[in-house]
Design a protein around this ligand. Structure first.
Ligand SMILES: Nc1nc2c(ncn2[C@@H]2O[C@H](COP(=O)(O)OP(=O)(O)O)[C@@H](O)[C@H]2O)c(=O)[nH]1
Ligand SMILES: [Mg+2]
Length: 444
């Protein structure tokens, strides 16, 4: 699925003039998405957003525009395929009854077996119910899958599917099944869709499932959108399982169409074998199609650089104006998010402002910083803004509130005073000021 994107990213990162490379990448992206049968309107919307952000956003110091652009593409593609939220697969209560619907041949029965294995491996007792009385061998197919996945099984090969479903759920839950998956026939195909949908509605209203999952063949592409909508009218669809994503380039069309409607793709089938089922996670999916397995480290670096931008801002405020504990607090918080100070200093060569102050901070252990952060959490706004007002009785209150000692509070105030003196010295250093591009400092 969307195999061409990896190559496009590689090409983009490997050189050429930036603007031209962006244009070219956007064209590649559009072509790949259209090839995957993503709706044209959605494609244009996506690439417009990517372009807009690429023009508007400034990468943090230390990051290249190229890396930043890849990050933008990654974020927008993640959103395109469903965003931050990974699907919830663990049922909120038990027993939990899942009804599988979809047209014939979409992969329902196979997927029922896959889900049974998936949930068995997660520690649930699973039951499978076959209601397909139309296709010869359907019952045996699911029964075999039940055996292979260690699930309980119930099936009848004659009679009313809604009745069979009802008896199956009752039987298997009474045997202790925590998750019951009801497979349906979907024999009618396109021509007799009306009858199929009517039957789904009857089964659904008979067993009242906790969740209805529609199984869609990935090869359907963007047409899946209409199909799901028609099913939804008859029985509210709670989630989507896209089967056979391994066999077609068009999976991207199904996935983006689903995301565009706000529906959740919960699973994707990636092969004929029972274990070839995945929980669909948009971010993971986006990073995989972009070939960004190794991008993880790049993204991490970019995150750190963004934090560094924060850090630098507070440092700049300190050099320019008044040193307050509020700024110290913000700086510690930003720094803590980034990991050990010593690592930060190595990581960010562009961290030019007030390096002395940071080097000072680097000498303080992380334990101490955590302690100081909790001390500052116990201070009032006024105290943070004007630490000079902190007398002995305030110290006692702060120590008590933060579960530390007066000595600890004193050591923080000591650090603060040193920092303030350091900043004063820095401010007198005209050379440094010039280097930092700071002119209008109020020299004391
Ligand atoms: N390659 C591949 N084949 C699949 C996948 N899921 C189902 N199939 C195949 O699709 C065909 C129809 O599957 P089936 O479960 O019987 O569909 P049903 O009619 O909806 O129950 C079978 O040949 C399956 O082996 C998948 O994720 N990948
Ligand atoms: Mg079937």
């Amino acid at each position: 699925m969307l195999e061409g994107l990896r190559e496009a990213v590689r090409k983009f990162l490997s050189g050429g003039a930036y603007e031209k490379a962006v244009e070219e990448f956007i064209r590649d992206l559009q072509r790949e998405l259209l090839k995957a049968d993503v709706n044209v309107k959605l494609v244009l919307e996506l690439t417009r957003k990517v372009k807009e952000r690429a023009l508007k956003e400034e990468p943090p110091p230390g990051a290249s525009r190229r890396d930043w652009f890849v990050k933008i593409v990654y974020e927008e593609l993640s959103r395109f395929f469903g965003g931050d939220r990974d699907p919830v697969v663990d049922p909120p209560r038990r027993p939990w009854v899942i009804l599988l619907v979809g047209v014939q041949g979409s992969g329902k029965t196979t997927s029922a077996g896959k889900l049974a294995l998936f949930y068995s491996r997660r520690g649930y007792k699973v039951g499978l119910v076959s209601t397909d009385t139309y296709r010869p061998g359907a019952l045996q197919q699911l029964k075999t899958l039940a055996e292979a996945s260690g699930a309980l099984f119930y099936g009848e090969d004659m009679g009313d599917p809604a009745d069979i479903a009802f008896r199956g759920v009752r039987d298997l839950t009474s045997k202790g099944a925590e998750i019951v998956i009801v497979d349906t026939a979907g024999r009618h195909g396109y021509g007799e869709e009306e009858a199929l949908l009517e039957e789904m509605r009857r089964i659904s209203s008979r067993i009242n499932p906790d969740e209805v999952i529609i199984v869609i063949d990935a090869a359907m592409g963007q047409k899946a959108y209409d199909l799901a909508a028609r099913f939804h009218k008859y029985t509210p669809i709670g989630g989507i399982l896209v089967a056979k994503t391994d066999g077609t380039a068009r999976g991207g069309g199904v996935l983006s169409a689903a995301a565009a409607t706000g529906a959740t793709v919960k699973f994707i089938g990636t092969g004929e074998k029972l274990e070839e089922l995945e929980v669909f996670k948009p971010r993971r999916f986006a990073s995989r199609i972009l070939g960004l397995g190794d991008l993880e480290s790049l993204l991490e670096k970019l995150r750190a650089l963004e934090e560094a931008r924060d850090l630098e801002k507070t440092a700049e405020e300190m050099v320019k104006g008044k040193v307050t504990l509020r700024l110290v607090y913000r700086q510690f918080k930003a720094a803590r998010k980034m990991g050990p100070f010593s690592k930060i200093l190595q990581m960010i060569p562009g961290l030019s402002l007030a390096p002395e102050a940071l080097r000072e901070a680097a000498k303080i252990g992380e334990d101490k910083i955590d302690k100081w952060i909790s001390i500052m959490d116990s201070m009032t706004y006024e105290e943070l803004e004007n630490p000079d007002i902190i007398d002995r009785s305030r110290m006692r209150r702060i120590a008590l509130g933060s579960g530390t000692s007066i000595e600890d509070v004193k050591s923080l105030l000591e650090y603060y005073k040193n920092l303030r003196n350091l900043m004063k010295r820095l401010r007198r250093d005209r050379n440094l000021m010039r280097r930092l591009g700071i002119q209008d400092v109020d020299l004391e």
